[in-house]
Design a protein around this ligand. Structure first.
Ligand SMILES: Cc1cc2nc3c(=O)[nH]c(=O)nc-3n(C[C@H](O)[C@H](O)[C@H](O)COP(=O)(O)OP(=O)(O)OC[C@H]3O[C@@H](n4cnc5c(N)ncnc54)[C@H](O)[C@@H]3O)c2cc1C
Ligand SMILES: NC(=O)c1ccc[n+]([C@@H]2O[C@H](COP(=O)([O-])OP(=O)(O)OC[C@H]3O[C@@H](n4cnc5c(N)ncnc54)[C@H](O)[C@@H]3O)[C@@H](O)[C@H]2O)c1
Length: 443
């Protein structure tokens, strides 16, 4: 007899697993279906492996900054050993995630989920029936559809690279392009980042992006801006990347020009669920056009960045939605960051928007390089823009470029979300000297 579930969750990444754990804790009968690696993108081929590789970059740069200030000799990156360290973590993710799910009483199925008809989901032919369905299938790298596209590799390939080639090129100046180019450069290879216009990382503050690019250029990253690639051809000396008046020879080319929702292979047309290039269309309750089917995480078309903590937030919301509450989802401010070296992070109101209302907002444009936190480690670049609402004295937005921007942005997110004024902050005693003890100087 076919088992009847309360909820079938499609996708075993951060969104789907958080959903399944949350539902089972509330007494629901849940099955989760994964076609590939349990754990999904973030721990297997995204956030976590990338940040493990970045650890060597951070350590190398930290020692480079202290040359002549107490340290002698900059270490070099041992790529195979670094990759082995990464694999020491990622190799256990699939089994560990599966073990955790089954241990919590969640049924698991491995295979491709497909909607044959309303109320009829199949997993490699086996029928799964549930009252509600949650699509949490994430995204996959987009491959630019140009001549020779078969030569493209992706961030997934890069994050499992056995040996570092001499020449690596990224096409696409977004998060992945900047982050992985930083790693390649620190590992000692020649690296180009090709971007089709003159404004990479366009969601970030333009001045901060320029400062980051100047820093990366000084480290040896070559930016090829305004290059719209038309073809890749293979020759004896390597891969030729071609555009009008442009021909670059490289050994490895990564398509880093965005990601596509995993929505096109689910049979959504059979169940009345619509999607576009931003993802599965949902209402304020994360419900699709079919009232029994929901979508969360990277695959859903929501007005927030597609990030792991957002996937978890949406899962927690939907667990409540399917068990007790019925209010539309409301998102907190979401910090985003580019893990380059230095890191670029932002949250809340941008300087660009704040500048359009000078009566309402002050923009504190700060060069923090001489501050104790940065002097101590001889960091060459530490910039911040902090947007403060004049009437309330509240921080409403921030952009930070520094080696510790990823930590600072979380403190700033707390100040914004919890509406902590300077007097309220100064009622706390925070350990000194630490980045947190700098917060009072940002208002
Ligand atoms: C290189 C890289 C670096 C990143 N770095 C960061 C970072 O630093 N911080 C951050 O917050 N985010 C980062 N992200 C984004 C983060 O990985 C995603 O936001 C997060 O994984 C989304 O979780 P998800 O569960 O929605 O999707 P996913 O993690 O993609 O999981 C979806 C799962 O569904 C499965 N699936 C797909 N189709 C089917 C099907 N038909 N049947 C069954 N299963 C299916 C897939 O195999 C996959 O395992 C990064 C992403 C990349 C690619
Ligand atoms: N640190 C993080 O949090 C992190 C890191 C990596 C990925 N991610 C997630 O994954 C998503 C995708 O990241 P991504 O870096 O793959 O994509 P992205 O959307 O951030 O960047 C893609 C870039 O490629 C450019 N591009 C598009 N077509 C091009 C072309 N023909 N030639 C050259 N450039 C072109 C775009 O203008 C854009 O700047 C992010 O939006 C984010 O949700 C997050």
């Amino acid at each position: 007899m076919v088992k009847q579930y309360d909820v079938a969750v499609i996708g075993g990444g951060p969104a789907g697993t958080a959903m399944a754990y949350g539902l089972v804790a509330k007494g629901k009968a849940v099955v989760i279906i994964e076609a590939d690696l349990w754990g999904g993108t973030c721990p297997n081929r995204g956030c976590d492996p990338k940040k493990i590789l970045l650890s060597a970059v951070e350590a190398k740069q930290a020692s480079a900054h202290l040359q002549g200030h107490g340290l002698t000799g900059v270490p070099t990156v041992d790529w195979p050993a670094l990759m082995a360290t990464k694999r020491g973590y990622t190799d256990g993710i699939n089994d560990g995630t599966l073990h955790g799910l089954t241990g919590a009483g969640i049924d698991t199925l491995h295979g491709e989920a497909y909607f044959q008809a309303d109320g009829q989901l199949t997993v490699d032919g086996e029928v799964v029936t549930a009252t509600d369905y949650v699509i949490a299938t994430g995204q996959r790298p987009a491959i630019l559809p140009i001549k020779g596209h078969e030569y493209f590799q992706t961030s997934t390939d890069f994050l499992d690279l056995d040996t570092m080639p001499k020449r690596v090129t990224f096409v696409g100046g977004g998060y992945a392009g900047f982050e992985l180019a930083t790693i390649v450069r620190a590992a000692g290879a020649e690296v180009h980042l090709i971007h089709h216009n003159d404004r990479p990382l366009k969601a970030f503050d333009a001045k901060m992006v320029q400062a980051l690019m100047a820093n990366l250029t000084a480290q040896g990253v070559v930016f090829d801006l305004g290059v719209d690639l038309t073809a890749i051809t293979k020759a004896a000396d390597g891969l030729h990347l071609q555009a009008p008046d442009f021909d670059l020879t490289t050994d490895l080319v990564i398509s880093a020009a965005g990601r596509l929702p995993n929505a096109d292979h689910l049979g959504l047309e059979n169940v009345g669920v619509t999607f576009n290039r931003h993802g599965v269309q949902v209402n304020g309750h994360l419900q699709t056009a079919n009232p029994h089917i929901y979508a969360i995480g990277d695959v859903s078309d929501t007005p927030v960045p597609k990030l792991t903590p957002v996937a978890g937030y949406e899962a927690r919301y939907l667990v409540d939605e399917l068990t007790d509450s019925s209010a539309a989802i409301s998102y907190p401010v979401v910090p985003t960051q580019v893990y380059a070296a230095p890191k670029l992070a932002q949250v809340g109101l941008s300087a660009e928007l704040a500048a359009q209302q000078p009566d309402r907002y002050t923009i504190n444009d700060l060069d923090m390089t001489a501050w104790f936190s940065y002097y101590r480690v001889q960091a060459p670049q530490a910039l911040a823009k902090v947007m403060v609402e004049k009437a309330t004295g509240l921080v409403v937005g921030a952009s930070v470029l520094s080696d510790i921007a990823d930590e600072m942005i979380n403190y700033l997110t707390l100040l914004i979300q919890q509406k902590i004024t300077l007097p309220a902050l100064q009622k706390l005693v925070l350990a000194y000297p630490t980045p947190a003890s700098d917060l009072q100087y940002l208002y």
